[in-house]
Design a protein around this ligand. Structure first.
Ligand SMILES: C[S@@+](CC[C@H](N)C(=O)[O-])C[C@H]1O[C@@H](n2cnc3c(N)ncnc32)[C@H](O)[C@@H]1O
Length: 415
């Protein structure tokens, strides 16, 4: 009888099948729900590391595979290859991958192949790994990014994607995060290089902080002092920016189309002891008048590939044109909800200018009473400023600190 493989590795191979073979993003999986929290975190880490290194793994595996094995066997080999090349202990990785093959009706026959290939990788592949090129973005995304930012910048972005992302936390005002031994960033986020299971970290249960990339924490800060103001967070879930605005003393209306995602905002509010009014509804028809609005519009999320390396595999950009139309319509409607003199931050976690800079150029052309305000904060670097007055953040920025998500944001005011 074959030994049982580790639940985390087995789940990670299932996740790879889902992403690479079925084109389904990791965020849509329920495969991890029944795992213990530590296994869930390990499976997630193994799957994301394998997706980041997939191009390199395939290059190392190719000379050892005379006939192409089934997709499931390839994914077992990819997982094992990446783990070995990132320093995994050869005996444990190889025998577990063999056990994963042995556990499947359609993969049992490939046990010998998995064993032989991974032993070779453990012997020779590990040195070759570091000499291979940094994995590239797929063509559908690489081409428009090269057109927008040039080949050198895109290569730097790809290096940042391959590095992966640290865990950034936004502290609740007044909370003491010293037990986490993180590094405080100039923008106020606290960065942890090695995090593990988030819910086991000190201060999680007490609601002292929430997980939020350092770049994602900036749009809410651009609104400035919101204490006592009525603020609409127009696409609020899962709620990182709602929490920031509530913690800054705003009366927040947190709107989102998805009731299921709003439930996560509610959980986050309860855990942190913060307050906001939750509204399930459509940003395109919502009514009201607000002192300030944060529009963190749905987008391609291409700025988050460091954390979500499944994204380029899960689709080929076919929804981006629709998203661009939706973002423009949301911005137009948001402007009608703003009191005279009110401020609006438009933001997307995208690397594509059509989802960022271009919207602001068009909004300025279409609304003569609209202006872009110069964002002022001590942590803003000149290289972040874009021509139309917004901030363009890229994953290759802050390279020596561990990078940041790609984001676009602009602070607007109606006359
Ligand atoms: C980029 S996410 C928002 C992230 C959030 N601001 C945060 O910081 O946690 C975009 C959100 O827009 C919501 N959404 C999509 N279409 C919408 C619509 N028509 N009206 C309101 N919300 C919408 C999605 O459900 C998703 O939660």
């Amino acid at each position: 009888m074959p030994a049982s493989p580790s639940p985390a590795r087995l789940a990670a191979v299932d996740l790879l099948d889902q992403v690479v073979e079925q084109g389904r993003p990791l965020s849509e999986t329920d495969r991890l729900d029944k795992l213990a929290p530590a296994d869930r975190a390990a499976a997630q880490r193994l799957a994301t590391e394998t997706l980041r290194g997939l191009e390199r793994a395939d290059r190392l595996l190719k000379p050892h595979l005379r006939k192409r094995p089934t997709p499931r066997v390839i994914n077992i080999l990819r997982l094992g290859t990446v783990e070995l090349c990132l320093g995994g202990a050869a005996h444990g990785v190889v025998s577990d991958c063999v056990d994963i093959a042995a556990a499947g009706k359609h993969t049992q026959g490939a046990r010998g192949l998995v064993n032989a290939v991974l032993r070779k990788i453990a012997g020779e592949g590990v040195t070759a790994w570091g000499k291979l090129r940094v994995p590239r973005l797929p063509k559908w995304l690489r081409e428009p990014l090269v057109a927008a930012w040039g080949p050198q910048t895109v290569a730097a972005m790809e290096r940042a994607h391959f590095e992966g992302a640290p865990l950034d936390l936004t502290p609740k005002p007044g909370a003491d995060l010293s037990a986490l031994n993180g590094a405080e960033l100039p923008t106020g986020s606290v960065r942890l290089r090695q995090a593990g299971q988030v819910s086991a970290l000190p201060g999680f249960a007490e609601g002292d902080w929430w997980v939020q990339d350092a770049a994602a924490a900036l749009p809410a800060q651009l609104l400035g002092d919101v204490a006592g103001q009525n603020v609409l967070d127009m696409c609020a879930a899962p709620g990182g920016k709602t929490l920031q605005l509530a913690a800054a003393g705003a009366h927040v209306t947190a709107l989102d189309l998805s009731e299921a995602r709003l439930a996560r905002v509610q959980e986050n509010l309860e855990r942190t002891g913060l307050k906001a009014t939750l509204v399930a509804g459509d940003a395109l028809t919502h009514q009201g008048q607000y002192d300030a609005i944060l529009l963190d519009a749905p987008c391609s999320a291409t700025g988050t590939i460091r954390r979500h390396p499944d994204l380029p595999f899960a689709h080929e950009g076919e929804r981006i044109a629709d998203l661009i139309g939706l973002q423009a319509a949301m911005l137009d409607h948001a402007l009608t909800l703003l009191k005279p003199g009110g401020r609006l931050v438009f933001a997307t976690c995208s690397l594509i200018p059509d989802e960022g800079e271009c919207h602001i150029e068009e909004a300025l052309a279409g609304h003569p009473d609209l202006k872009v305000l110069r964002a002022e904060a001590p942590w803003i670097e000149d290289s972040w400023r874009s021509d139309e007055g917004g901030l363009r953040l890229r994953p290759d920025f802050w390279a020596d600190r561990g990078g940041m998500d790609g984001f676009y944001m602009a602070l607007l005011q109606r006359g």
